[in-house]
Design a protein around this ligand. Structure first.
Ligand SMILES: [Cu+2]
Length: 135
């Protein structure tokens, strides 16, 4: 398989009403393609977002697709691209794992395992936006 997902992680949510977030790294050792869909059974909707500073405010913009090619991985990370989970089936707790399915424009579909990490994971990027994931 030429497309690989690694280091998929998430954060705990206090309640099912809170949006979840997933970060993952995707590498490509074959032909260039793009990530066009993300899904997980733990949420009704999974959306790709980009955090951007606009007029001094951190905003999130929807992303339709993300290009990936050899040497140009996709890196979802706090303060940048993230996968946002809306309509959680249940709150996420530290240590829990769940599947994430990634679909690419070339038809490839891969599933990886996401691990819920403590809120302190990913610091110091925490200082930018990741604590504002709740709607
Ligand atoms: Cu978001």
């Amino acid at each position: 398989m030429t497309l690989m997902a690694s280091s998929a992680w998430s954060r705990p949510t206090a309640s099912a009403a809170m949006a979840g977030v997933i970060y993952v790294t995707i590498t490509d050792s074959g032909a260039p393609t793009s990530l066009v869909n993300v899904s997980t059974p733990v949420a009704a909707q999974s959306q790709m977002h980009q955090s951007l500073m606009q007029n001094g405010m951190m905003e999130m913009l929807p992303v339709k697709s993300l290009a990936v090619a050899p040497g140009s991985p996709i890196r979802f990370s706090p303060g940048g691209y993230h996968i946002m989970l809306v309509g959680m089936m249940q709150p996420l707790s530290v240590g829990q794992t769940f599947p994430l399915t990634l679909t690419f424009a070339n038809g490839t579909r891969i599933t990886t395992t996401v691990t819920v990490q403590p809120m302190t994971a990913g610091a110091p990027a925490d200082a930018t936006d990741s604590t504002k994931m709740s709607p």
